[in-house]
Design a protein around this ligand. Structure first.
Ligand SMILES: [Zn+2]
Length: 138
């Protein structure tokens, strides 16, 4: 039996305690419906939603992505200070940023070693280290 994108989307929302409203489910299906991890900006998800005929505003898409992050379904990766990508893979992992295409993909993490990090200032701890490897065509 194959799992439909609706079933996948519903399960994904429910596991985080989110009620699968029509709008959330439409976006969840676009994000995890095929069982693959995805990196999207709000604009990218907004155009996919429009293509599928969903009536949803860019602001709603953005707020929904934020809400998905808040409950731990996604993580936000900031690339240019202004540009946020939202990642359905919530484990710590490095990224490739393809400068020519404005695309973010997972980078292999097996060989990644982070050494020589500075100590956190007094009273602080390092919460997370983001690794974004920027790629440019030769
Ligand atoms: Zn990723």
């Amino acid at each position: 039996m194959t799992t439909t994108s609706t079933e996948r989307g519903t399960k994904w929302l429910m596991q985080a305690g989110l009620r699968p409203t029509r709008q959330r489910l439409a976006l969840a299906e676009l994000l995890v419906g095929d069982g693959q991890d995805r990196h999207v900006t709000a604009e990218m998800l907004f155009s996919s939603a429009k293509e599928k005929g969903h009536k949803v505003s860019l602001a709603t898409v953005y707020n929904t992505l934020r809400a998905f992050c808040d409950v731990g379904l996604m993580q936000e990766v900031t690339v240019d200070g202004s540009k946020s990508y939202f990642d359905t893979n919530t484990h710590d992992h490095p990224h490739f940023f393809w400068e020519d295409d404005g695309k973010l993909t997972d980078a292999p993490s097996e060989e990644l070693q982070i050494v020589g990090l500075p100590d956190a200032p007094n009273g602080m701890r390092i919460a997370k280290v983001d690794v974004v490897i920027r790629l440019r065509r030769e």
